[in-house]
Design a protein around this ligand. Sequence first.
Ligand SMILES: [Zn+2]
Length: 161
Amino acid sequence: MIHYALRCDKGDKFDGWFDSSDRFEKEAKAGGLECPCCGSPKVERDIMGPHVVTGAKKKPPPSKELVEAMMAQARKARRFVEENGENFGRHFASEVLRRREKGTPTDLVYGDPTHDEVIRLKEMNVKGLAAVPWPDLEPATPEKSGRGGARKARKPGSGVN
Ligand SMILES: [Zn+2]
């Protein structure tokens, strides 16, 4: 059974139950539906959209505190991966596949696969593959970013079994 919120052309709202959405369409088209309040045969689904207030400003950006908390969380995750995982850098993809072929258990490895390699690993159904946030471990300071720019945070994939 499928439940629809319905309304008639006079604005009455009521509930309808149907075997399927096809069934509803057919009955509505055939005029087999009738408003229980006023008897109008013009019944349609009452699609409730989200509430909208025009002129409302865009969602404010997350607060500095929230961003810092998320960064702290991401740094923690990076430290965990670095302390508990094995880094295969550019050889990440081939190493993951080699280990899988040999049946070597892969606890936690990470590295820098290329975009194509990630796609290939996904196609080969490698389990536990995930891109993880990889923030710089020290919060960027004005001195650092002034010279040569801050190093771009990389996003290695990590294979976890
Ligand atoms: Zn009605």
